[in-house]
Design a protein around this ligand. Structure first.
Ligand code: GN1
Ligand code: MG
Length: 362
C-alpha cells in the first residue's frame, strides 16, 4: 500500500501545477494501478503505474500513447465535444518515470465530472458510444501508422491466443485442466474461427488501421451531466490493427447484459437491441471509411472477440493467474464462462446480427 509520502515523491518527478494533497486508488481495469491525485490549488490528475509484465516495452508504449494523445488533442481541441487525454511531462524530458524499484509511472489529466459503465441498458447511450468509437477510428485515419510500435505483438491474433491456450493446457502447471474441460472443449470446437480475420489481413483483404484494441465499454468516459461521450481512455494498446477488433470488443463488453465476472450465466446474453444501437452509431460515424469486407465481418468480429477474450481468461486460469488481476482462484474461469456464453448466444443470433448490419448500410 502506497503512502501519501510515496505518491508525493513520484509526483515530484513530473511537472505538475501543484503539490499532491491527497490521493484515491481507483479500482478499475484488469492491468494497471491507478490513482486520482488531488493537488493544492490545481486540477486533479491521474497517476498510473504501468504493468511491466504485460507491457514489456514501456518506452515504445509511452511514445505510442503520447503521439496519439497529441494527435487527437490537436484535432479535438476546438470541437467542444470530446476531449483527449494528455501526458504530463516528466523532469527527465520523457512522459514516464521509472522509480528505484523499476516501476514505471505516468500522469494523465483527470477527466472530471465523468462516469463510466461496465454494463449498459440504454440503447441511446450505446448508440452514442458507437458513434464515439467510430469517430475515434476516423480521427486516427490519417495518423502516421508506420510510426506506431507494436507494443504487444499479435495482441488480437486470435489463432496465436488459441495456440497459447493449447500450450498452457499441455503444461497444466497448476493441475487445473480437469476443472475446466467443458470450457477447453468449447474453445477447441471453434479453432477454425480463430484465424479467419488474420488470414484476410495476410491476404490483403482487410486494411491495417490505427486501432484502440481495448474498446471495452468502461474505456469510454461519459459526461456526468449530459451523458455525452467525453473521452476515450486506456490508450496503452493503440497499435496497428483491424477496425473489426475495436468493433467486436465493444460489442463483447457493451452489449452484454451482465458483468464480465457474473457467476449466474442465465443473466449473460448479448442484447440484440444494444448490438443494433452500437452498430448504427458506429456506421453513422465511420461507415463511409470502411471497406465492404470490414462491414461484412462486423457480426463475426463480435463473436471472435468474445471467443478470444474467453480463451485469454482460460489460458490465464491454467497458467495460475499471472496476467489478469484476480479476486479469487476461479475468477478467470468465471470470466471465461461469461465470454463463452456470449459466443454461444451470438452464434444463435448471428443471422439477426447480419440482417441488422445489412439494413443499416442500405
Ligand atoms: C484488460 O485493463 P482493462 O480492463 O482495460 C485487457 C483487455 C481485455 C480486458 C478484459 C492490455 O483491459 O485486452 O479485453 O482486460 N488489456 C490488456 O476485461 O491485456
Ligand atoms: Mg481499461
Amino acid at each position: 500500500m502506497l503512502s501519501l509520502k510515496d505518491i508525493q515523491i513520484i509526483a515530484q518527478q513530473f511537472l505538475l501545477d501543484g503539490e499532491v494533497s491527497s490521493f484515491t486508488p481507483i479500482e478499475a481495469g484488469n492491468i494497471n494501478g491507478t490513482y486520482r491525485l488531488d493537488l493544492a490549488g490545481a486540477a486533479p490528475c491521474l497517476l498510473q503505474s504501468i504493468n511491466t509484465t504485460v507491457f514489456r516495452d514501456t518506452e515504445t508504449l509511452m511514445k505510442n500513447v503520447d503521439a496519439v494523445c497529441v494527435f487527437l488533442g490537436n484535432k479535438l481541441s476546438d470541437s467542444g465535444g470530446m476531449i483527449s487525454l494528455y501526458c504530463y511531462p516528466c523532469k527527465n524530458g520523457k512522459k514516464h518515470y521509472i522509480d528505484n524499484d523499476g516501476l514505471v509511472w505516468r500522469i494523465y489529466n483527470y477527466v472530471d465530472h465523468s462516469v463510466c459503465y461496465n454494463t449498459l441498458s440504454s440503447p441511446e447511450l450505446f448508440y452514442k458510444t458507437g458513434k464515439a468509437f467510430g469517430e475515434f477510428q476516423k480521427l486516427l485515419a490519417d495518423f502516421p501508422i508506420e510510426s506506431l510500435g507494436e507494443t504487444i505483438p499479435g495482441f488480437h491474433d486470435t489463432a496465436k491466443r488459441y495456440r497459447a491456450l493449447l500450450s498452457s493446457a499441455e503444461k497444466d502447471v497448476c493441475g487445473r485442466l480437469e476443472t475446466c474441460m467443458p470450457e477447453f472443449e468449447f474453445a477447441k470446437q471453434r479453432a477454425e474461427d480463430t484465424h479467419i480475420l488474420t488470414d484476410l489481413l495476410a491476404e490483403g483483404k482487410l486494411p491495417l488501421r490505427v486501432t484502440h484494441n481495448d474498446t471495452k465499454l468502461n474505456n469510454i468516459l461519459f459526461d456526468e451531466d449530459t451523458l455525452e461521450p467525453k473521452c476515450v481512455v486506456d490508450l496503452d494498446t493503440v497499435m496497428p490493427g483491424l477496425s473489426l477488433y475495436d468493433f467486436g470488443d465493444a460489442i463483447r463488453s457493451g452489449a452484454s447484459t451482465a458483468e464480465e465476472d457474473e457467476t449466474d450465466l442465465s443473466k449473460v446474453q448479448m442484447d440484440i437491441g444494444l448490438f443494433a444501437a452500437y452498430a448504427k452509431g458506429y456506421l453513422a460515424a465511420a461507415g463511409d471509411s470502411l471497406t465492404e469486407t470490414e462491414i461484412r465481418y462486423l457480426p463475426f468480429s463480435a463473436k471472435l472477440m468474445s471467443l478470444e477474450c474467453g480463451i485469454r481468461f482460460l489460458t490465464d486460469y491454467l497458467d495460475g493467474d499471472v496476467y489478469f488481476k484476480t479476486k479469487s482462484p476461479d475468477h478467470n474461469l468465471i470470466r471465461c464462462r461469461t465470454q463463452f456464453k456470449l459466443v454461444a448466444d451470438m452464434e444463435e443470433k448471428m443471422d439477426e446480427m447480419k440482417k441488422i448490419i445489412l439494413d443499416a448500410t442500405k
